[in-house]
Design a protein around this ligand. Structure first.
Ligand code: FAD
Length: 274
């Protein structure tokens, strides 16, 4: 059976970035993803840019899923954005709380992502298929794993159709999370988020911030390669392909690639997976 994949982009800031993303999309379209998603900057900072990329993807004939974060927003604001996406014929949305940008004190009218999911359902009924975020290694601000799992269950109860996880390198964390969700009676598909590894320094910094654990054996090996980007790339490809194989063999319902607007690594991983 073929594993469904989806691929995530961020909205570029420059005309060159927009052009580059077009060729990245063209290359990744060959993988026949079920949708391309486009991230949304905290506090609405990329509202226009996210919308423009989403419209382009849809015009190219692909399913497009905008991300939408609610922290710092008002109900009117979100309602307007939902209306724009409905008018553009968009049927899938990734609903998030987001993080307040530093210096922004106003939390707005939503506190957590479950309130956004509830609002989207109240405003638009079944128009959108809603994805939410899941954290196999737990969200960094969660009071406890138990509370985080309850928060996840609330988002599903509020009307989410499926979930995409934060990236992780420990397959066991994913399987444990799925089992724990099932034990709570939560049975929506939980799609693993996959981060292809292009370099180590940035990845290490980012992983610390978002709570993704880089196992010691991997960290040590990456560090031993120093500036040898070819060796890092080769080891990264081996590790991530092996992770994907394990996830698929263990029943993961699909894979969601954090492409970072690049095509070669995602393409190579999918080629290796067949
Ligand atoms: P929530 O589900 O609301 O959870 C946030 C925290 O609050 C968790 O610790 C949870 O345990 C806790 N919590 C929830 N409800 C309660 C409650 N009632 N009481 C107390 N605590 C509670 N960010 C962006 O800015 N733009 C993006 O496009 C984007 N895309 C993402 C895509 C994916 C697949 C993932 C996994 C993350 C993405 N993020 C994005 C990051 C995300 O916005 C952050 O991780 C954010 O900190 C949490 O968002 P959430 O939707 O998971 O929040």
């Amino acid at each position: 059976m073929k594993t469904e994949i989806s691929i995530e982009f961020f909205p570029p800031q420059t005309p060159e970035g927009i052009e580059k993303l077009r060729s990245t999309r063209k290359a990744l379209a060959k993988l026949n993803p079920s949708f391309f998603s486009v991230t949304y900057g905290a506090g609405g900072s990329t509202r226009e840019r996210t919308f423009n990329v989403v419209k382009e993807i849809a015009a190219e004939g692909f399913a497009a899923a905008p991300h939408l974060s609610c922290i710092g927003s008002t109900r009117n604001n979100i309602s307007e954005i939902l209306g724009d996406y409905q008018a553009a014929g968009i049927r899938r949305i990734v609903a998030l709380r987001g993080d307040l940008p530093s210096g922004m004190a106003e939390t707005g009218e939503f506190r957590y992502a479950n309130e956004l999911v509830e609002f989207i359902r109240a405003e638009t009924g079944d128009w959108f298929s809603i994805e939410v975020a899941a954290y196999p290694e737990w969200h960094p601000q969660a009071r406890s794993p138990h509370d985080d799992l309850q928060a996840f269950a609330r988002k599903v109860k509020a009307g989410a159709n499926s979930a995409i996880t934060q990236y992780f390198f420990n397959a066991d964390a994913y399987f444990h999370f799925v089992d724990a969700a099932h034990a709570l009676g939560v049975h929506v598909p939980i799609i693993p988020g996959i981060m292809p590894i292009a370099g180590f320094t940035k990845l290490a910094r980012f992983s610390d911030a978002c709570g993704a654990d880089i196992p010691r054996w991997m960290r040590k090996k990456f560090e031993s390669y120093g500036d040898d980007s070819e060796a890092i790339r080769a080891f990264g490809l081996d590790v991530i392909t092996a992770l994907c194989e394990k996830l698929i063999a263990g029943g993961a319902p699909g894979l969601h690639f954090y492409s970072m607007n690049q095509s070669p690594l995602t393409t190579e991983i999918c080629r290796r997976l067949g």
